[in-house]
Design a protein around this ligand. Structure first.
Ligand code: FAD
Length: 480
């Protein structure tokens, strides 16, 4: 993509500032970037967990962890602990993987394959991956000493503080900030010709980024690009969130995702506080009921302040149309079970910088969104709870054909390789799918499974964790 001479970004949430930072880093002085934000329209203000891709974002900006983590109250994330989801297992851990797992990971695949073919062996993912031990032992997910390979890990952070930090970074490198409301979008033949601003001025640019959140003022409202909902496959459409000023003891480097009556709740450990949110379906749970259930789950009082949110799930048909690209919630949202939204933001911008052709770019981003959707839907199809919400969420008729084929092959003990080489594997690859299927106990019933291989793998992982990772809280304190 040849840089446009001028770019107007509308919206100053995490998506707008991530885009400003990455595009400024990529294009430098070749492009004048202006970010327009209505100071009276708040950002969504949630989004506190990441995938490992965010590491690359900061390195592209030339920021090391001690430059940004203390300012954003950030902690490390080794993966996600799912509890209460399965009928047969109390919990399972979806780790971020690394070369430290090579031996034990192979043992996991082997055990899981034997088990799905009926052998009485155990295949609990947490036994086979170092990240699970890192989280359990209260260690930082970043290795304490240099290793000859990358170790994948993500972060938790305060979303508001991250936006503020990115804004300072972008503005310090020449991005212009205009705190003014967008009043109207002028279009002609599927292109934006200018933006009318509430202060009576007009903004004209060669290219426009729609980062206006769920409103999608430029792409969906201005250019009329259609929305492809995921509501047939995903029931959740609301969340209630709260902050607890008490940080979690031991500061475990993991998000906890607990299944509740009509959805699931996250627990996110930050350095100075803990974030909670209950993502649920309004069809099965009233907002007051959800708030009460979340407060009880978080162990706070009945008058503890909460915030309610609603969201559409799905994606636009085209993310890039004419001279406009939507980034962030304006391009779509898959519910936050695997904390993938900022990963999709980053991927959209990185692919845009390299893009040669609009149609293939749009098809690629659609595959990423659909790939995330399928993996999230998988959690619900395999969950073992029996409340009405969970029964409805298990309805396989709404799953994509590829996902249904994957379940059939898994159940029949067949190889998954060719399926995961297609769209189903566009975001989540074999280790994640195996962890999901094994973790939620999609196996024939056996009596008294032998876990000698798992015990020995767990011991190895624990030794590796203790050898290569430091205490989480002490490691973060050293960054200050
Ligand atoms: C319940 C929930 C949990 C989530 N959890 C995660 C998570 O764990 N991990 C993750 O990666 N993501 C998560 N997300 C998604 C994440 O919050 C968003 O992807 C991220 O915050 C980016 O949002 P955004 O910048 O697109 O939109 P917003 O934050 O909504 O920003 C929109 C911007 O547009 C501006 N604007 C709006 N109208 C106008 C106007 N007329 N003129 C000028 N400016 C205007 C606003 O002022 C604001 O600056 C979650 C989302 C939800 C709903």
């Amino acid at each position: 993509m040849k840089p446009p001479r001028s770019l107007a970004i509308v919206g100053g949430g995490t998506a707008g500032w991530m885009a400003a930072c990455l595009l400024q880093a990529a294009w430098g002085d070749a492009c004048t970037i202006t970010l327009i934000e209505d100071p009276d329209t708040p950002t969504i203000g949630v989004g506190e967990g990441s995938t490992p891709l965010l590491k690359r974002f900061f390195s592209r900006l030339g920021l090391c962890e001690s430059d940004w983590m203390p300012a954003c109250d950030a902690t490390y994330k080794a993966g996600i602990l799912f509890d209460g989801w399965s009928a047969s297992e109390p919990d399972y851990f979806h780790p971020f993987f690394s070369a430290l797992d090579l031996n034990t990971g192979d043992a996991f695949f082997h055990q899981a394959d034997r088990r799905r073919r009926g052998a009485a062996v155990d295949a609990r993912p947490a036994d086979y991956f170092v990240a699970a031990q890192v989280a359990e032992l209260g260690l930082a997910a970043a290795p304490a000493n240099a290793l000859p390979f990358e170790v994948d890990y993500g972060y938790h952070f305060d979303a508001g503080k991250l936006s503020a930090l990115l804004r300072r970074h972008a503005c310090g490198r020449g991005v212009r900030y205009r705190p003014v409301k967008l009043a109207a979008v002028h279009t002609d033949d599927q292109r934006i010709t200018g933006l009318a601003l509430a202060d009576g001025t007009e903004c004209k640019a060669d290219f426009y980024l729609d980062c206006t959140g769920f409103r999608s003022l430029l792409l969906q409202q201005g250019l009329g690009v259609g929305f492809h909902p995921y509501t047939d496959a995903l029931l959740n459409d609301a969340a209630v969130v709260l902050q607890d000023s008490v940080p979690l003891p031991g500061l475990p480097a993991r998000t906890r995702s607990t299944a509740l009556t009509a959805g699931w709740a996250w627990q996110i450990p930050l350095q100075q506080r803990t974030g909670y949110g209950y993502v649920y379906s309004r069809r099965f749970c009233a907002p007051d009921q959800a708030a009460a259930e979340l407060r009880a789950h978080a162990g706070v009082g009945a008058d503890h302040p909460v915030r309610h949110l609603q969201f559409p799930v799905g994606r636009v048909h085209q993310h890039w149309q004419g001279n406009c690209l939507a980034v962030g919630l304006s391009q779509g949202f898959v519910e936050p079970l695997e904390a993938t939204a900022l990963m999709l933001v980053q991927s959209t911008i990185e692919l845009f910088i390299q893009a040669r052709e609009v149609a293939s770019f749009n098809a690629h981003i659609n595959r990423l969104f659909d790939g995330v959707r399928d993996y999230i839907v998988g959690h619900y199809l395999l969950a073992g709870r029996n409340e009405p919400y969970w029964q409805a969420a298990r309805d396989t008729r709404c799953a994509s054909e590829a996902l249904r084929a994957l379940l059939t092959r898994w159940d029949q003990g067949q190889d998954l390789h060719s399926l995961l080489a297609g769209p189903l594997g566009s975001v989540y690859m074999r280790p994640s799918w195996y962890v999901l299927l094994a973790g939620l106990g999609r196996f024939p019933r056996v009596q008294c499974a032998d876990n000698s291989v798992g015990d020995s793998a767990r011991h190895q992982c624990e030794q590796l964790a203790r050898a290569h990772f430091s205490d989480h809280r002490r490691w973060l304190a050293a960054q200050r």
